[in-house]
Design a protein around this ligand. Structure first.
Ligand code: SF4
Length: 368
C-alpha cells in the first residue's frame, strides 16, 4: 500500500494512515513523535481543517505544515434535506469529480452512507449509479473526508453526530479494496474518528477474492446485495455481479469468519412484479434457510419524476412486501423491512445518481 499522496509541493494529510503520518512528521519534518499524535487528534478527532486553529502546536510547526501539507476536505456543492430528516450532500473532490454522501437520522444519532468510487462499473439494472459507468476509485482521504464533512455539517446544525457507517453509496467497495481497508483501519484508530468496526458495514455485490481479504482483516462484516433467489434472475438484474455463480458466492460467505453472535446480512431489493412473489420467497428460503444470516428487504424506489429518468422497474405493493417478510419469518429467517429514507430528495437506496453539470447544479448518486 502506498501512503503518500503528494502534490508537487504538499502532502495530503487526509490520505496518510496513522503510521504514514508518523513517518511524515518524524522522518520528513524531523520532529518528535508526539507532534504526530497531536496532529492526528486535530485532523481526525477534532475535525479541524485549518492548521492555524490547532492551538497546541508550536508556531513553527504550524508554519511548516502550511508550507508542506494540506487537508483537502471535499467541498459541499449542494445540500438537500428530506421531510424525514435525511440529509444528502453533493460533494466536489479536489479534481472536480463529484460524489454524494447521505446522513440518515437513527434516533439519537446518524448513520452515514459513504461512496467509495466515482461512478460504478457493475451496472446493476435497478441502480442509478450503475447508469453512470465508472470514472475512478476514491482515495482513503476522499472516503473518510466524507465523514469529516458530514460531522461538521451536523455540528453546525446542532444535530447529533454520526455513529454508524455504511459503505453503501456510489461504487462497489470491494473493487476499491486497498483504499477501503486503509479507511477501515484508520476509522478505528485511537484519537481518530474512532468508529469501531462493528459499527461499519461494507455492502457488496459479493466478490469472493475481496471477501476473503476483508474477512481475514477482521475489519468489517459484509452485507451482500443478493436481490435475486436464483442464478438466472440474478443474471438479469445484476449481469456483471452474477458472473460469480450464486453457489460459489454463498460457499465463500459460508467460510466468512464471523463471530458467534454475528450473521451475514443479505440485502434484497423488492422490484414490483419481478422478484417479490411468494414463489420467490420460497426460492430464497431454499437458498438461505440453513445459513446463519439475516435478510433486509428494501422496497425499490423509482427515481423521482424530476430526475428525468424513466424507471426500469416499479415499486412493490405494500401487501406483497409484508407477505414476503411474513413468509421468510415463518421459516425462521430473521428478516427486516428497511425503512426507505430520503425518498423525496432522491437519497434513498438505488436513487443516487450524479447529473452532469457545473458545480452548484442539482445532482444525485446510488448504491449497493
Ligand atoms: S448497486 Fe452498487 S454495485 Fe450495483 S451498480 Fe449500484 S453502486 Fe454499483
Amino acid at each position: 500500500m502506498t501512503d503518500a499522496a503528494e502534490t508537487p509541493s504538499k502532502v495530503d494529510l487526509l490520505n496518510l494512515t496513522r503510521s504514514g503520518l508518523e513517518a511524515f512528521v518524524t522522518d520528513g519534518l524531523r520532529l518528535p513523535r508526539f507532534r504526530a499524535d497531536q496532529l492526528w487528534h486535530w485532523v481526525w478527532q477534532r475535525g479541524v481543517r485549518d492548521f492555524a486553529a490547532m492551538t497546541n502546536l508550536s508556531r513553527e510547526f504550524k508554519a511548516t505544515l502550511a508550507r508542506r501539507a494540506m487537508l483537502p476536505w471535499p467541498e459541499v456543492d449542494v445540500v438537500r434535506t428530506s421531510r424525514d430528516g435525511t440529509i444528502k450532500l453533493l460533494l466536489r473532490l479536489a479534481d472536480g469529480e463529484r460524489i454524494e454522501t447521505v446522513l440518515i437520522p437513527m434516533g439519537e444519532h446518524y448513520t452515514q452512507c459513504l461512496s467509495t468510487q466515482v461512478g460504478c462499473a457493475m451496472a446493476c439494472t435497478f441502480c442509478s449509479t450503475g447508469e453512470l459507468g465508472f470514472t475512478r476509485n476514491m482515495s482513503m482521504g476522499e472516503i473518510l473526508g466524507q465523514v469529516l464533512v458530514g460531522r461538521a455539517h451536523l455540528a453546525e446544525k446542532g444535530l447529533p453526530t454520526v455513529r454508524n457507517l455504511v459503505f453503501m453509496g456510489m461504487g462497489e467497495p470491494l473493487m476499491n479494496l486497498t483504499e477501503l481497508l486503509r479507511s477501515l483501519e484508520t476509522l478505528g484508530s485511537a484519537e481518530g474518528i474512532s468508529i469501531a468496526s462493528r459499527r461499519a458495514t461494507v455492502s457488496s455485490v459479493g466478490i469472493p477474492q475481496g471477501l476473503k481479504i476483508l474477512g481475514d482483516s477482521g475489519l468489517a462484516v459484509p452485507a451482500i446485495s443478493l436481490h435475486a433467489p436464483t442464478q438466472e434472475l440474478r443474471e438479469k438484474l445484476m449481469p456483471k455481479a452474477a458472473r460469480v455463480p450464486l453457489d460459489e458466492l454463498l460457499a465463500c460467505l459460508d467460510r466468512y469468519p464471523i463471530k458467534p453472535r454475528e450473521r451475514v446480512t443479505y440485502e434484497y431489493i423488492l422490484l414490483g412484479g419481478v422478484n417479490d412473489s411468494i414463489a420467490h420467497a420460497k426460492q430464497l428460503v431454499k437458498l438461505l434457510g440453513q445459513r446463519r444470516c439475516k435478510v433486509n428487504l428494501i422496497g425499490y424506489n423509482p427515481p423521482p419524476a424530476d430526475a428525468g429518468a424513466t424507471a426500469p422497474y416499479r415499486a412493490p405493493e405494500q401487501d406483497d412486501v409484508l407477505a414476503f417478510e411474513a413468509y421468510l419469518r415463518s421459516k425462521r429467517i430473521t428478516t427486516f423491512i428497511r425503512r426507505s429514507m430520503g425518498q423525496d430528495i432522491a437519497a434513498a437506496c438505488g436513487q443516487l445518481k450524479l447529473l452532469a453539470g457545473p458545480p452548484g447544479q442539482e445532482g444525485v448518486t446510488a448504491g449497493n
